[in-house]
Design a protein around this ligand. Sequence first.
Ligand SMILES: [Zn+2]
Ligand SMILES: [Zn+2]
Length: 203
Amino acid sequence: MVVTEKKGASVRQPAGKPYVLDIASFGRRPGTSAQVHRTVAAPDRLGVEMIAIEKGEEIDLDLQVQAVSEGVLVTGTVSADTAGQCARCLGPVDGAVNVFLTELYAYPDSETQRTTDEDEVFRVDDDMIDLEQAIVDAIGLELPLSPTCRPDCPGLCPDCGEPLADLEPGHAHDQIDPRWAGLAKYIDPDSAKPAGRPEADAR
Ligand SMILES: [Zn+2]
Ligand SMILES: [Zn+2]
């Protein structure tokens, strides 16, 4: 875990709480700021059904923490690798997510604290801010609900369920001639032979 701080103020990290920043040294002086470069582990699987940052995966934080009159403003990027499944062909989708985070943590007794609910604006709590929920929320909003392996993924063949991208162009299933339908049960469904020519198997 790498923590780098610059610009006068220092941000301490309480032991065992990688998502918590101790901003006591800011002394509520507006304009005081610090850079936070840190790699944390995803506390859980973060994301949506089809795509997520896996639990334990590294998340890179590149943030500026700045004291403003009402609290502490956190801005910067959160990035991590993602693992998912294509919504069309169900193949794996590996990628990365890069979210820009902008989050205000209100001081206790601030006007913002008095006029907002706790679930609207995060709070500075005992000179600490906890980034975890903000990061989880930002990632959840960024990830696509229906990821695709490529923009033009053709999906699956509705008849055989194979990915169309793996099949020959023009792949299709001929309708079995009703006169031969009785023979269809003798055709090995796993065979590569087109199902539309039962006479080839009729000896
Ligand atoms: Zn696909
Ligand atoms: Zn097919």
